[in-house]
Design a protein around this ligand. Structure first.
Ligand SMILES: *[C@@H]1O[C@H](CO)[C@@H](O)[C@H](O)[C@H]1NC(C)=O
Ligand SMILES: *[C@@H]1O[C@H](CO)[C@@H](O)[C@H](O)[C@H]1NC(C)=O
Ligand SMILES: *[C@@H]1O[C@H](CO)[C@@H](O)[C@H](O)[C@H]1NC(C)=O
Ligand SMILES: *[C@@H]1O[C@H](CO)[C@@H](O)[C@H](O)[C@H]1NC(C)=O
Ligand SMILES: *[C@@H]1O[C@H](CO)[C@@H](O)[C@H](O)[C@H]1NC(C)=O
Ligand SMILES: *[C@@H]1O[C@H](CO)[C@@H](O)[C@H](O)[C@H]1NC(C)=O
Ligand SMILES: *[C@@H]1O[C@H](CO)[C@@H](O)[C@H](O)[C@H]1NC(C)=O
Ligand SMILES: *[C@@H]1O[C@H](CO)[C@@H](O)[C@H](O)[C@H]1NC(C)=O
Ligand SMILES: *[C@@H]1O[C@H](CO)[C@@H](O)[C@H](O)[C@H]1NC(C)=O
Ligand SMILES: *[C@@H]1O[C@H](CO)[C@@H](O)[C@H](O)[C@H]1NC(C)=O
Ligand SMILES: *[C@@H]1O[C@H](CO)[C@@H](O)[C@H](O)[C@H]1NC(C)=O
Length: 452
């Protein structure tokens, strides 16, 4: 229960210091972005003495940093503001790891396929937005994306459930026996974007394989309200047939944008139909029908979203923007959803001691008392995506993209097989196991897979 005192303070603060947003107006959005990023930086370790570049403070996990830098690349591009350029660049470079595949040693005892994929989504964003390239003796953003793609694809597991990626990369981690949609939908989206950027059909074939598997294993199901997309299933003894039926916005988001990229590249109507059915699923699952504003349906109303889930509206908003650009027949419909949600988000960013801390519930009309990194980045991404149509669509190799690639990136790195990937001493193993157990007990993991 909120005390009357909090309500009065909230009202006072929102009257005096409300975040003023005119959607689609570059100056207004970029001024708002400045304030929102100030809030994000409050959690950033990389600029603190002794802090690690590319990491946000506990309890925020490594994967979420990948989500954040991906979003901030869009801010950089659309606000033409280089204030954070070097910081983003340093983070992407520092966390790529010695194998240049986003399995840095510090993460390698806990990293899942989905974690790696979110850094992959950051570097494909850098590729498509012509973000400042690394020098020629370092791999380009495209090559880094290809390394993530190649290493993930090498873990494709046909021995169980007819295919698919497992949640975890490493056998000693809990969740190794779980196949989750997010790992697979993220590989799908990365493949789709590589296809469009490089014009290489092989990536379409991979995307198709991932999609077909998700349908085959019934993580994607058709209904009268478009597709319903579930969280995943344990391999167990019944071949992934006991499905965990949570529906998370990030899965819909990546299957939506991936379909948009493939349709935009191939012009094949099958992908427009798939896009359309995912979008219908989004409208019927994640949009508040009385306000027209997006929300995280599984957990928001019950107040149970964990730190990971509180950031999902961030990649969700980014995917909506990409789709608006790539599927012209949906532009107005999607922009209406983005505009309306962004206005709600701006009203929600009127809290905290700075007066522009963002809440979680964008239908609330003001700050709802929630705050955190996920709330900040989600608000940033929905607001800046009101500018998406004023900006160039994602670049490709033939429309001005300048990123250097390497189709074989990652293939020779030590991490490519899921057997004997890294040498782990039994002490590390025990440590990792305990850590994973604690993490699983305290939080519901990135997949949103509930253990209760
Ligand atoms: C979204 O807002 C922008 C800026 O006001 C406007 O140009 C655009 O037409 C709006 N789009 C929709 C579909 O509401
Ligand atoms: C660029 O961003 C910084 C930090 O977000 C902000 O202080 C500055 O005013 C911005 N510059 C312009 C021209 O908007
Ligand atoms: C790994 O951790 C060490 C010690 O905290 C830190 O100095 C280093 O920068 C980290 N490396 C990465 C890639 O995060
Ligand atoms: C296991 O599940 C997959 C995906 O649904 C299916 O293609 C395969 O035939 C199943 N295998 C067995 C042995 O049931
Ligand atoms: C369109 O895509 C579908 C699904 O990938 C595929 O089965 C079909 O062959 C494609 N059509 C053409 C003309 O390429
Ligand atoms: C958002 O806030 C409104 C107004 O208090 C409340 O009725 C609604 O249940 C909340 N919805 C979510 C999804 O949090
Ligand atoms: C692909 O996206 C571009 C950029 O928005 C757009 O001009 C083009 O019409 C799209 N192509 C298809 C087949 O929709
Ligand atoms: C939608 O928004 C309205 C108005 O704030 C609120 O009363 C309702 O509970 C919300 N529904 C959900 C599912 O959030
Ligand atoms: C990409 O960036 C390079 C280097 O900053 C610049 O010369 C080039 O014009 C940019 N291209 C596009 C399409 O933005
Ligand atoms: C674009 O792709 C072609 C064919 O793969 C390659 O030769 C060319 O170097 C690429 N251009 C850039 C800027 O990477
Ligand atoms: C297309 O991508 C595949 C998969 O990475 C690669 O093996 C192939 O060499 C690429 N083709 C071209 C022309 O770059």
């Amino acid at each position: 229960m909120k005390s009357i005192f909090t309500i009065i303070i909230t009202l006072f603060v929102s009257l005096t210091n409300c975040l003023d947003l005119e959607v689609g107006d570059k100056d207004s959005v970029c001024d708002a972005a400045t304030l929102l990023i100030e809030g994000i930086m409050d959690y950033y370790e990389g600029i603190r003495p002794g802090g690690t570049v590319g990491m946000f403070q506990a309890p925020y996990y490594w994967w979420e940093a990948g989500e954040i830098f991906g979003g901030m690349i869009d801010t950089w591009a659309w606000c033409n503001n280089d204030t954070y350029e070097q910081m983003i660049y340093n983070a992407l470079m520092h966390q790529k790891g010695s194998q240049n595949n986003y399995i840095p040693a510090n993460q390698s005892t806990t990293e899942g396929n989905d974690d790696q994929a979110f850094w992959g989504l950051a570097v494909i964003e850098a590729t498509e937005r012509n973000f400042t390239n690394p020098p020629s003796d370092e791999p380009g953003w495209l090559a880094l994306t290809q390394a993530v793609y190649n290493t993930m694809l090498s873990r494709w597991d046909t021995a169980n459930c007819g295919g698919g990626l497992r949640w975890q990369i490493f056998q000693f981690n809990s969740g190794y026996d779980y196949k989750n949609t997010i790992s697979n939908s993220a590989l799908f989206a990365i493949a789709a974007r590589l296809a469009r950027y490089t014009q290489n059909e092989t990536y379409v074939d991979t995307a198709e394989m991932v999609w077909d598997w998700l349908v085959d294993v019934k993580f994607i199901q058709d209904s009268s309200n478009g597709y319903t997309i579930y969280d995943g299933a344990n391999i167990g003894t019944n071949n992934c047939s006991t499905i965990h039926t949570q529906t998370w916005s990030y899965n819909y988001a990546l299957l939506l944008s991936g379909s948009a990229y493939i349709y935009n590249f191939t012009g094949n109507d099958t992908w427009l139909n798939r896009f359309s059915d995912v979008y219908t699923g989004i409208e019927s699952t994640f949009v508040n029908s009385s306000t027209g504003i997006i929300y995280e349906a599984m957990c928001q109303e019950s107040g149970k979203c964990n730190n990971d889930q509180r950031s999902f509206k961030s990649i969700f908003s980014r995917s909506l923007g990409q789709s608006a650009q790539l599927i012209s027949s949906y532009t107005d419909r999607i922009m209406n959803l983005i505009n309306t949600s962004a206005k709600g988000a701006a009203e929600s960013c009127s809290g905290g001691s700075d007066g522009h801390t963002c809440g979680i519930n964008w239908s609330y009309g003001s700050w709802d008392g929630w705050y955190g990194l996920g709330e900040q980045i989600s608000a940033l991404e929905i607001m800046q995506n009101t500018l998406v149509m004023q900006n160039a669509p994602p670049l490709t190799n033939s429309t001005g993209g300048t990123s250097t690639g390497d189709v074989n990136a990652g293939l020779t790195s030590r991490e490519t097989s899921n057997k004997n990937l890294i040498t782990v001493t039994s002490k590390d193993k025990a440590g990792a196991g305990v850590l994973t157990a604690i993490v699983l007990i305290i939080f519901v993991g990135i997949s949103g897979w509930t253990i209760i």
